[in-house]
Design a protein around this ligand. Structure first.
Ligand SMILES: Nc1ncnc2c1ncn2[C@@H]1O[C@H](COP(=O)(O)OP(=O)(O)O)[C@@H](O)[C@H]1O
Ligand SMILES: [Mg+2]
Length: 42
């Protein structure tokens, strides 16, 4: 299982957009994809 982290402490920098589109692209290539979105509660 390969894990890809997309992180940046700043909001609105395209983390979610990148995760969704990368996940979708990989799924079209027949990879099984699980996307876990976390929020920074500091
Ligand atoms: N590559 C990009 N070019 C232009 N706008 C983008 C790009 N990536 C994301 N956005 C826009 O920026 C905003 C914040 O993106 P989002 O993925 O929600 O950021 P984050 O998850 O880091 O808070 C959204 O309105 C999104 O559509
Ligand atoms: Mg987000």
């Amino acid at each position: 299982m390969r894990k890809i982290a997309i992180l940046n402490f700043k909001g609105g920098t395209g983390k979610t957009t990148t995760a969704i589109n990368l996940g979708h692209a990989l799924s079209l290539k027949d990879y099984k994809v699980l996307i876990i979105l976390t929020i920074n509660a500091s």
